[in-house]
Design a protein around this ligand. Structure first.
Ligand code: PBG
Length: 325
């Protein structure tokens, strides 16, 4: 048999492989999450998210400088408030932990693009993502609170808000509130297809946001569904979302691809805490090569169609790219 086509020719060495490589992850694609806590002089490793830390606002300077020197342009902020109540009032307080963090980060380096998670679960004493009526999260009442949170972030100087609550109509409500207050240039990245996933465990421990009863299945999506993800993304785009997000990433690569193929807006994917912790555990047990597996994971998310990847691996990846390893 005479072979005329030999795909292996394009794999003979790294030079040719890099010429024909279809997908390349760049530092520009990555967003790094940061967790803020009240208090001072705190930089404490998060036990469920190895190599990630709880920072008090006064300890941000070195971290932000390091992120910047690694070439990472964008961060996503989460906060643990000093107290919780039924209405999550620390979430929209001008002196809340995220609001203080935004101001501090912008004073350290105004060129770091700040994205803030808009949700209530870290701030409510019941741990649900909205205002409760009996044991149900009341959609329309919650919209007013989400809008107040987004506005308070905008006033503090955030660049983009990212509602992660999965209430119906939140993008429209937030857009209206921001525009009424002169913040028409603050963009919205909607967690559009956010699934009720078991992969959020390490984050909930890190953010102290586990619901005190029940689960989030009446607002987050059923992992079995895909058409519904398209409907969610479409609604968010119609309501004014600038970027739509799929979350988690790795078990939902098909959803990323479908959304990418159907809409012409940037798509983000959240490589969530459980995905990170699983891979870290495998690395620490010697089951996988750290650089290879992290590059493979991020490449697969980008190949599926994500333009933006929110990932706890951002600093590791940036370090290797910078040193061309
Ligand atoms: C808040 C929120 C969660 C995550 C991001 N924003 C947790 C949840 O919905 O329970 C998860 C992020 C991660 O697991 O890395 N609603």
């Amino acid at each position: 048999m005479k072979l005329t086509t030999r795909p292996r020719r394009l794999r003979v060495n790294e030079q040719i492989r890099s010429l024909v490589r279809e997908t390349k992850v760049s530092i520009d694609d990555l967003v790094y999450p940061i967790f803020l806590v009240e208090g001072s002089n705190i930089k404490k490793e998060i036990s469920t998210l190895p190599d990630n830390y709880h920072f008090s606002v006064d300890m941000l300077k070195d971290e932000i400088n390091e992120i910047h020197s690694l070439g990472i342009n964008s961060i996503m902020l989460f906060g643990l408030p000093k107290s919780k109540d039924a209405k999550g009032s620390e979430a929209y307080s001008d002196n809340g932990i995220v609001q203080k963090g935004i101001r501090e980060i912008k004073s350290i380096n105004k060129n770091i693009f700040v994205i803030t998670d808009v949700c209530m679960c870290q701030y409510t004493d019941h741990g649900h993502c909205g205002i409760l009526k009996k044991e149900i999260v009341s959609n329309d009442e919650t919209l007013e609170y989400l809008s107040m949170i987004a506005l308070s972030h905008a006033k503090a100087g955030t660049d983009m808000v990212a509602p992660s609550d999965m209430m119906d109509g939140r993008v429209a409500a937030i857009r209206e509130k921001l525009d009424e207050n002169g913040f028409e240039n603050i963009s919205i990245m909607a967690y559009s297809a956010k699934y009720a996933s078991a992969f959020y465990g390490p984050f909930r421990a890190a953010a102290d946001s586990t619901p005190q009863f029940g689960d989030r299945k009446t607002y987050q999506m059923d992992p079995a569904n895909t058409d519904e993800a398209l409907r969610e993304a479409k609604l968010d785009i119609m309501e004014g979302a600038d970027i739509v997000m799929v979350k988690p990433a790795l078990s939902y690569l098909d959803i990323i691809r479908r959304i990418k193929d159907n809409y012409n807006v940037p798509v983000a994917a959240y490589n969530v805490s459980g995905e990170y912790a699983m891979i870290k555990a495998a690395i620490n047990q010697g089951l996988a090569d750290e650089k290879l597996i992290i590059k493979e994971v991020l490449t697969s998310i980008k190949r599926a169609g994500a333009d933006i990847i929110i990932t706890y691996f951002a600093k590791d990846f940036a370090r290797w790219i910078k040193h061309k390893e």
